[in-house]
Design a protein around this ligand. Structure first.
Ligand code: GLY
Ligand code: MN
Length: 462
């Protein structure tokens, strides 16, 4: 964890922004996989980590804005806990590491919250994404589970987003560590991308690299010849010559900061002409975005620009037709790129997504679209120095979607369905890098991972 000064300063800023009331941050708890004692790997809640830095399950961080006091509510270990799980510093010792001076057992928190509810004090919380936390909060606040979402504190979320969106130097250092691991994962995956290898063998190699750096994966990896399935978590296929492998995977280092990178490698190491043509379009969209990103411009502009690059490239190949500007305005290109250009990244790989994308990815100035494709853009608002985000354009040939749109006669002015028939076995291509927005532009985080056709082919051939 960082020095306690970091957490103390973050909480002080939060108090200033939220102004009054009680802020409750429940940590995550151990979650059972198949029986109570057999748990999934523990993952701390990112807001709890951000403001309290502690990795213990079951704690509750409370910030009493009115009294200007920070609390950790948790129970010290029993002898049974110590026998099975080992000795841990006391709650007070742990709290001190986060600069928190007040601690008390959880039963006191229950009392505090009951009293606060009765006296109509404002209690700020974020709607929990884990059911066991939701159940506890619902009991503590005497609020039906179904009402937690509508009673979450928008003031609190906005104050958290204000801080977490802009990464500090010490956060960037952690993200850079995750990028170094991602570099290793992807360069190894590219070399293994050969006919006769199973997708799961590549997943295993990547997971092993992440684990050997005292961390894990930042999300379930997507490693597949069926790159057209955006979040494909099936890894059972044998790699075949002539196909492409999309590998979208990132690391989460010990501090829980993340990376998220995608490369699309030809099985056997050499792209065929058709693959090269599509690859160059996606690469252009990726590189153009990175070269032009600067603060003050809404990310939605970059998304739309990347979509225009993709539509223009597909028009050159005869897969799209008509006016590119109009095609993108109407959403015809979304047949090929149905997802957004990128998202924020930090303590979560989709940073802060639990608080609702509209509250951190959009604002009064930039409202979310409901058009197919553009609606999936998680980050639309103006960029600021210190934002860390992904740039991940792609082109996909999704047979079921092609058939549906064709049968509906959708966008026949912009899509050449006849030519598209022969691309239904293509799969997909995505190229993803992580960048930090600087005062004047942006820079790509982490060591360079082969990306151009020549770089990938050379790396695979070595
Ligand atoms: N890299 C996977 C995603 O961003 O959804
Ligand atoms: Mn991503």
């Amino acid at each position: 964890m960082f020095d306690k000064k970091t957490y103390t300063a973050r909480r002080a800023q939060l108090k200033k922004d939220v102004q009054s009331g009680l802020i409750v941050f429940p940590a995550n708890e151990e979650a059972s996989a198949n029986y109570a004692a057999n748990t999934y790997p523990f993952r701390q809640d990112s807001n709890f980590l951000y403001f309290f830095g502690l990795q213990e399950p079951g704690m509750v961080g409370v910030i009493d804005v009115d009294a200007d006091q920070d609390w950790i509510y948790a129970d010290d270990l029993t002898m049974d806990d110590i026998i099975w799980m080992g000795h841990l510093p006391s709650v007070a010792e742990q709290a001190a590491k986060a600069g928190v001076q007040h601690t008390a057992p959880v039963k006191d928190l229950v009392e505090l919250l009951h009293k606060a509810v009765l006296s109509h004090r404002r209690i700020h919380f974020v709607n929990p994404y884990r059911m066991h936390v939701a159940i506890k909060l619902s009991q503590w606040l005497a609020m039906p589970l179904g009402e937690l979402a509508k009673n979450q504190s928008v003031e609190l979320i906005k104050a958290i987003v204000k801080q977490r969106s802009v990464k500090t130097r010490e956060e960037i250092e952690e993200i850079e560590k995750a990028m170094i691991v991602a570099h290793q994962m992807h360069t190894v995956a590219m070399r293994l991308c050969k006919p006769g290898t199973y997708e799961y063998q590549i997943v295993g190699a990547m997971e092993g690299i992440a684990a050997s750096h005292h961390g894990g994966m930042s999300f379930p990896p997507i490693v597949s010849m069926n790159g057209e399935t955006l979040h494909n978590h099936h890894h059972g296929q044998l790699l075949k010559e002539g196909r492409l492998m999309v590998a979208d995977a990132g690391a989460e280092v010990f501090s829980n900061y993340c990376s998220d990178v995608t490369r699309t490698t030809p099985v056997g190491g050499v792209y065929n002409n058709r693959q090269k043509e599509i690859y160059e379009i996606v690469l252009k969209a990726n590189v153009n975005t990175i070269e032009t990103i600067k603060p003050g411009v809404p990310y939605r502009e970059y998304h739309l620009n990347a979509c225009r690059t993709i539509a223009a490239g597909l028009k050159d190949l005869g897969l799209m037709k008509g006016d590119v500007e109009e095609a993108v305005l109407k959403g015809a290109h979304a047949l090929f790129m149905p997802h957004g250009l990128g998202h924020m990244m930090g303590l979560d790989v989709h940073d802060m997504e639990n608080m609702g994308e509209n509250l951190f990815g959009y604002d009064e100035e930039t409202k979310r679209s409901d058009q197919f494709g553009l609606a999936y853009l998680r980050l639309g608002r103006k960029l600021e120095p210190g934002f860390v985000l992904t740039v991940e354009p792609g082109i996909y040939f999704i047979p079921a979607l092609i058939d549906l749109w064709k049968s509906e006669g959708k966008f026949t002015d912009f899509i050449n369905y006849d030519k598209l028939e022969s691309y239904k076995d293509f799969g997909g291509i995505r190229i993803e890098d992580d960048v930090i927005v600087t005062e004047k532009g942006c820079s790509v985080l982490g060591p360079k991972i082969p990306k151009t056709v020549q770089e990938v082919e050379e790396w695979c051939g070595k």
